[in-house]
Design a protein around this ligand. Structure first.
Ligand code: AMP
Ligand code: MG
Length: 325
C-alpha cells in the first residue's frame, strides 16, 4: 500500500518510473497509469493496480514520431497518419519490434503507439528516456479519469504518485486505427480524433469494426461493457425513458437541451452551445458526478451520430452493460 501523493514534480515522477514504479500521468485524452514499457515487472504493476486482465494490451506513449521506428515497423500510410495527427488523440496499431515485451501487447505481434499532446507528459517522456505503457488510470471497467481527483478516487493507496496536469482537454480515449497489408485503414476504437477527420485526410472511408472480422474482441477498446457507472445507465429517447421510469429517481445526461418533466438540478447538459468537442470534455466528469449522487438510474440521450458524437455514443452504449465481461 502507498500513500498516494498528487503534485507537479516531474523529477519525482521520473525517479519513481526509473525505479520500476507506476505513476498516473496527464494526457490530452484521459489520465493514464504509466510504467516503463520496456520493464515487464513494472508493467505488471499497472495490471495489478487497475485490476486489469492480463489479456488486455496496453498503448505505449512516445515523445515524438521519430521514435516510432525503435519499437515498430511502420508502413507509408501509417507514417502519413502519424505526421498529420501526432501528437494527438490517435493511436496506431503497428507490427512490433522485439524490444517491446509481450506483457505490453498481451502476446500479440502488434503494438499500439501514441504520441500524447500534453506538455507535462512530453517533458516526462524526455526525462525518463523510455516509452511509457499506459492504460487509463482507473479501476478496470469504470469510467476513465479526466482529473487528478478522479484518479485518486479510484486508485488511492494503490499507486505512489499522480502527476497533476489539470483537466484533460479532449476527455475521451484515443481513436485506434490500423493500416492492413492491403493499405486499408481499420477503425479499432472511436475516440478523441473524429473519424471524418481521418477519412478526409485519407480520401476514403475507414473500415468499421462491424465490417471486419472478429479482431481481438477481448480487448477493452472493444469490450461490450466498459466505461460503466455503478448506477445503471440507459441511453435512448429520454422523453420516453422519463415516462417509463416515473417511479424512480433519475439523473439525465443530455447534449444541449433540458426536459421539462424533470427538475433542473437532476439534469446535466454537456454543452449548452451544442459543441460535441465540449460535450466530450464533460462526458466522463458528468458520468462520475452522477454516480456519486443518489439516483436509481441515469438516462442519457442519443448524441448526434457525427464527429465526436460517435465516440460519445460508443462510450454511453458500453456504459449500459453492467455485467463486466
Ligand atoms: P485503454 O484500455 O484505453 O488503454 O486502451 C487500450 C486498448 O487499445 C486495448 O484495450 C485495445 O483495444 C487496444 N490495443 C492496445 N494494444 C493493442 C494490441 N497490441 N492489439 C490490439 N489492440 C490493442
Ligand atoms: Mg481504460
Amino acid at each position: 500500500m502507498f500513500t498516494t501523493e498528487i503534485g507537479t514534480n516531474i523529477e519525482k515522477a521520473s525517479n519513481l518510473l526509473q525505479e520500476g514504479n507506476v505513476v498516473a500521468v496527464p494526457t490530452e485524452t484521459v489520465y493514464g497509469l504509466a510504467a516503463n514499457a520496456l520493464n515487464p515487472a513494472a508493467v505488471a504493476k499497472i495490471f495489478e493496480a487497475k485490476n486489469r486482465p492480463y489479456f488486455n494490451p496496453l498503448i505505449i506513449h512516445l515523445a515524438s514520431v521519430n521514435e516510432i521506428e525503435k519499437y515498430a515497423y511502420i508502413d507509408e500510410i501509417s507514417m502519413q497518419l502519424a505526421n498529420e495527427f501526432m501528437p494527438g488523440p490517435l493511436t496506431l496499431l503497428l507490427n512490433k519490434k522485439n524490444i517491446v515485451p509481450d506483457m505490453v501487447t498481451a502476446g500479440s505481434n502488434k503494438v499500439a503507439i501514441r504520441i500524447p499532446d500534453h506538455p507535462l507528459l512530453i517533458e516526462l517522456l524526455h526525462k525518463v528516456n523510455f516509452p511509457l505503457a499506459a492504460p487509463s488510470a482507473n479501476a478496470f471497467g469504470y469510467v476513465s479519469p479526466v482529473t487528478s481527483q478522479h484518479v485518486l478516487q479510484g486508485l488511492q493507496g494503490k499507486i505512489p504518485y499522480i502527476l497533476d496536469g489539470g483537466k484533460c482537454n479532449v476527455g475521451l480515449e484515443s481513436t485506434i486505427v490500423e493500416v492492413n497489408e492491403n493499405g486499408e485503414t481499420i477503425l479499432h476504437r472511436t475516440g478523441g480524433l473524429a473519424i471524418e477527420t481521418i477519412e478526409i485526410f485519407l480520401g476514403k472511408p475507414l473500415i468499421r469494426p462491424l465490417q471486419q472480422h472478429n479482431l481481438s474482441p477481448q480487448t477493452s477498446g472493444q469490450l461490450k461493457s466498459h466505461y460503466a457507472t455503478t448506477t445503471p445507465l440507459i441511453q435512448g429517447n429520454v422523453t420516453e425513458l422519463i415516462q417509463q421510469n416515473s417511479d424512480k429517481k433519475v439523473g439525465i445526461i443530455s447534449f444541449k437541451n433540458q426536459y421539462q418533466q424533470v427538475a433542473k438540478q437532476h439534469q446535466f447538459v454537456l454543452s449548452k452551445n451544442g459543441s460535441l468537442t465540449e460535450a466530450a470534455q464533460n462526458l466522463f466528469d458528468v458520468m462520475r458526478h452522477l454516480d456519486t449522487l443518489d439516483y436509481d438510474i441515469i438516462l442519457a440521450e442519443n448524441f448526434p451520430d457525427e464527429g465526436l458524437g460517435k465516440a460519445i455514443n460508443d462510450r454511453l452504449k458500453r456504459a449500459q452493460y453492467t455485467q463486466k465481461d
